[in-house]
Design a protein around this ligand. Structure first.
Ligand code: SR1
Ligand code: MG
Length: 395
């Protein structure tokens, strides 16, 4: 059973226990009370952008220790960040786990003073993105994640909660600094000559065309406003294919530190955008069979989401059709933003980055074209419409 110490905000931690970054020496002692058996060794396994991550082993088992750093790891100490995200992640895991049991790693302990979580070790699961890059079969994963999205969207919004329940839940989750990171990296930087942008010289003209496209810039600003103001559901906030771990058992959704009350369509849009980027990578690399499988996964995600919404929807509320129509339109525009930023922004899609130069530039150009079509076209009408625009197929 996990103990979560809610009593102190992370940034004003108990003065008797000042924040210190964990090390290979201190992580085992921190994990020990939450591990069966005596810790025997630890390794640092974090390759993410934000946190320190350790695996601590005993002879019986292993656990993951995840600690928020007071700066954005990928940018270095020059980009300071508060550590509230550790508490947000711990609390979001508990909320989502109640709604979708078994779909998240179990949280064994949270220490607010040092902004660290002890989590179930998902080894030998691997990030879904890596499995997609390798062309592995991951049947069942997408539909499961679709059902997770549905349960989270309906279960944390006015669709299912009373005003009072929703207000109480909402109070737990601030519009955090990581939301500001998303505002910046997804909705702002790609449309300006921002220092954080990264792109290949060969597509500099495409990056420039994004910055000078008035309609696109204005759509991005409008979507940033929607992201900031439409507090519809307690969403994951960063549901790309690297935030899902896959293996022989159930897939697990990880990295909930970006969770906040945001627009219904954001998570589905981000997930489908990342699947579209995986599709484009395999497609330009002449691996059509794998690309088709990715397209099927995208369809499975959407069908899983829709089926689960149908199952959970209150029959006394005859507007599911309108809810889903709004959701797909919303997801389409957010997907467009995500596709563009993963090509010209700070955080890229590895699926495309690992391709050889000639085909990589083709994939990058198609991704930007797909993103544009999603953001600037008429509202997306259906999953098929979304996918065709994202991957540049004629309907
Ligand atoms: C600086 S953080 C970069 C990206 O990593 C996270 O997973 C989010 O997608 C964020 O935009
Ligand atoms: Mg992450």
């Amino acid at each position: 059973m996990c103990e979560v110490n809610h009593s102190l905000p992370a940034a004003s931690a108990d003065p008797r226990r000042p924040y210190e970054a964990l090390t290979l020496e201190s992580a085992p002692a921190f994990a020990a009370p939450h591990l069966s058996g005596v810790p025997t060794d630890a390794e640092e396994i974090g390759d993410g952008n934000l946190n320190l991550v350790f695996r601590v082993r005993s002879r019986d088992e292993s656990v993951i220790v995840k600690q928020a750093l007071p700066y954005l790891r990928v940018a270095g100490e020059a980009w300071p960040l508060t550590r509230h995200r550790a508490r947000i992640e711990a609390e979001a895991i508990l909320v989502h786990d109640k709604l979708v049991p078994g779909c998240l790693p179990s949280l064994r302990h949270f220490d607010n003073d040092i902004s660290a979580l002890v989590l179930e070790d998902l080894h030998p699961h691997i990030p879904w993105r890596e499995a997609l890059i390798a062309g592995d079969e991951t049947a069942g994963v997408a539909a499961r994640v679709g059902r997770y999205s549905a349960d989270v969207l309906l279960g944390t919004s006015h669709v299912s909660l009373s005003s009072r329940q929703r207000r109480e839940l909402h109070q737990q989750f601030i519009y955090s600094e990581l939301c500001l990171v998303t505002e910046d990296l997804v909705f702002t930087a790609p449309y300006h000559d921002a220092e954080s942008n990264r792109y290949d010289d060969a597509i500099a003209h495409l990056a420039a065309s994004i910055r000078t496209d008035k309609a696109l810039r204005s759509a991005a600003a409008e979507l940033r406003f929607a992201f900031r103001t439409r507090d519809e559901a307690l969403i994951h906030g960063d549901l790309h294919t690297g935030s899902v771990m896959v293996g022989s058992g159930e897939p697990k959704v990880i990295d909930l530190e970006f969770a906040f009350f945001g627009p219904f369509g954001f998570d589905p849009g981000v997930l489908l955008a990342n699947l579209a980027l995986a599709f484009l990578a395999h497609s330009v690399a002449s691996r059509p069979a794998i690309a088709d499988r990715v397209a099927q996964e995208a369809r499975d995600y959407w069908d899983g989401l829709v089926d689960q919404c149908r199952r959970s929807w209150d029959p006394a509320e005859p507007w599911l059709h309108q809810f889903l129509a709004g959701l797909v339109a919303d997801a389409g525009r957010f997907a467009g933003m995500e596709m563009i930023r993963r090509i010209v922004g700070l955080a890229h899609a590895k699926d495309i980055d690992v391709l050889p130069d000639d085909v990589r530039h083709l994939a990058q150009s198609r991704a930007i074209g797909g993103g544009r079509a999603l953001v600037l076209g008429r509202p997306v009408q259906s999953f098929e419409d979304l996918w065709q625009r994202a991957v540049g197929e004629e309907s």
